[in-house]
Write a protein that binds this ligand. Structure first.
Ligand SMILES: Nc1ncnc2c1ncn2[C@@H]1O[C@H](COP(=O)(O)OP(=O)(O)OP(=O)(O)O)[C@@H](O)[C@H]1O
Ligand SMILES: [Mg+2]
Length: 211
């Protein structure tokens, strides 16, 4: 589940790239969109039928059954989720990625949001695991440095990767694909930045304790 109550932090970008990555690995992937803006489902609609298939589910209109036959279920979530809505979402999640942008406003909003997620019972009991990602980063900027320092200080949630700001995400997105489906020479740096994310998702660190 990709989660951050702050709008525009990269939830849909990360959800769709994860879906494309696992699909391109031959996995059976469900992409569940909780956002009435339907960015992930629109991305899927742009995907050509020749690509590895991904099943989209619109969870913004009605409740749905958790797909049983999936290898991976990826949840894209809306901005501005708090309270009961956040608790309900957290009930479904096994591994949560919170993307955060290098901007003073986003960093300020992240503090109470991360705290709310960490205070959730399932998260506190490690039935659901959380990791942080810095997104849209330009590494030689002051504000990136501030985000880096800030995320390294968050206890109880690992800071697992930094994704750079690049048009590659937009180029892929308009075609309903992920960066893993673009020419490798174009996306070498991006693939390297995704490696720790994939590794975390594969490892026990992202899985419920005592599962
Ligand atoms: N690493 C990146 N480099 C360049 N552009 C990016 C990157 N990540 C996201 N974007 C762009 O930033 C914008 C917001 O990203 P996205 O839609 O994924 O955020 P979101 O958290 O899903 O937003 P919302 O809260 O509205 O659902 C999009 O135009 C997307 O293409
Ligand atoms: Mg979105």
């Amino acid at each position: 589940m990709v989660l951050n109550s702050k709008g525009g932090s990269g939830k849909s970008t990360i959800s769709t790239n994860l879906a494309s990555y696992y699909a391109s690995q031959g996995k059976k992937v469900f992409l569940v969109d909780f956002d009435p803006q339907s960015s992930s489902l629109e991305w899927l609609a742009a995907r050509s039928s020749g690509r590895k298939s991904i099943t989209g589910i619109d969870a913004s209109i009605s409740s749905f059954r958790q797909p049983r036959s999936a290898d991976y279920v990826i949840y894209d979530t809306p901005a501005a989720v708090y309270g009961k809505e956040l608790t309900a979402l957290l009930r479904r999640a096994q591994s949560i990625i919170i993307p955060i942008l290098p901007s003073p406003i986003d960093m300020r909003a992240a503090t109470p949001f991360i705290q709310k997620v960490l205070d959730n019972g399932r998260v506190a009991r490690k039935e659901c695991r959380v990791a942080l990602i810095a997104n849209r980063c330009r590494e030689n900027t002051n504000v990136f440095h501030q985000l880096d320092v800030y995320l390294k200080k968050v206890r109880k949630a690992p800071f697992i990767s930094v994704l750079r700001e690049t048009q590659n995400y937009n180029k892929a997105s308009e075609r309903g694909i992920g960066i893993f489906e673009l020419a490798p020479y174009m996306v070498k740096r991006d693939r390297d930045q995704w490696e720790p994310i994939i590794k975390w998702l594969k490892s026990k660190r992202s899985q419920p304790v005592n599962a």
